[in-house]
Design a protein around this ligand. Structure first.
Ligand SMILES: C[S@@+](CC[C@H](N)C(=O)[O-])C[C@H]1O[C@@H](n2cnc3c(N)ncnc32)[C@H](O)[C@@H]1O
Length: 258
């Protein structure tokens, strides 16, 4: 079974509790930048946006509350359920912005939409999950098909050099009654960052792994080009700073070739 089928249950929210709505709000500038010429039109009527691998809906909810028509796609039924109830219960959610958010359970390699979106976002390292590079390429191919010609994209991916230089082997912390212990390593072939996570709570213990392919900037650009996606700008962080080898993130933006 792919690790990603086990790693994104409710325990995930305890491991990554700092990845909350407030942190997601910091991406507003770079998302707006990714909209490019569509940003002007976005003020009138909003855009059709796909949040690919939306998780608990941090970005989907923000964008839908701004008046965009958002589809949040994810494989985790648990996280989609949380996204849906958050949208129902927040003040700026369903009551104020009815019909602006749809949630779809699907695999990112098989996005069930064609030429349907003005903007696709893929946030917080939701790429590189598959063992086979052909499967990782299939995600981008599927993303390319989901966009309208000229449609725009933003991929917020890890920065390989930064990960290799700053890997913290082990750490642990407590959060909301849970004890979390994480161990990280680079695979012997140097191609993946591997993490094992142990979450211990009142109701027992859960252990799972994460494994993300460490694509270089050039590899990402080549794969995107192969999918018909032209890279326009590279950023190193949410503040729109230019990418450099030591940047915290590799954020790629661009558009689908017409
Ligand atoms: C690191 S989380 C990021 C979630 C969200 N983008 C955010 O920033 O909060 C990765 C997400 O990818 C989803 N995911 C993992 N494998 C997937 C797959 N094969 N197809 C679709 N979604 C997947 C997980 O369920 C999880 O919600």
């Amino acid at each position: 079974m792919g690790w990603y089928k086990k790693a994104f249950g409710a325990a995930y929210l305890n491991v990554y509790s700092h990845r909350d709505d407030k942190e997601a709000g910091k991406a507003a500038a770079v998302i707006r930048r990714a909209m490019g010429p569509l940003a002007a039109g976005s003020a009138k009527g909003g855009l059709d946006i796909l949040d690919l691998c939306c998780g608990q809906g941090r970005y989907s909810l923000l964008l839908a509350a701004e008046g965009h028509r958002v589809v949040g796609l994810d494989l985790s039924a648990e996280l989609l359920g949380i996204a849906g109830s958050r949208w129902e219960s927040t003040g700026a959610g369903e009551r104020k912005n009815p019909g602006r958010l749809s949630l779809v359970r699907a695999d990112m390699r098989r996005i069930p939409f064609v030429s349907a979106f003005d903007l696709l976002i893929n946030m917080f390292t939701s790429f590189g999950y598959f063992e086979r590079d052909a499967d990782n390429q299939a995600v981008l191919d599927s993303a390319g098909r989901a966009l309208r010609p000229g449609g725009r994209f933003l991929i917020d991916y890890l920065n390989r050099v930064q990960v290799l230089d700053n890997l913290v082997g082990e750490d642990s912390f407590e959060n909301g009654g849970y004890m979390v212990r994480q161990s990280r390593s680079i695979s012997p072939d140097g191609l993946r960052v591997e993490k094992t996570v142990l979450v211990r709570g009142r109701s027992g213990e859960e252990r799972y792994r994460e494994s993300v392919r460490l694509f270089t900037r050039q590899e990402m650009q080549r794969m995107l080009e192969r999918a018909g996606l032209r890279v326009e700008e590279l950023f190193g962080d949410f503040d729109c700073s230019a990418w450099s080898p030591g940047s915290p993130r590799l954020i790629l933006t661009g558009y689908r070739n017409g």
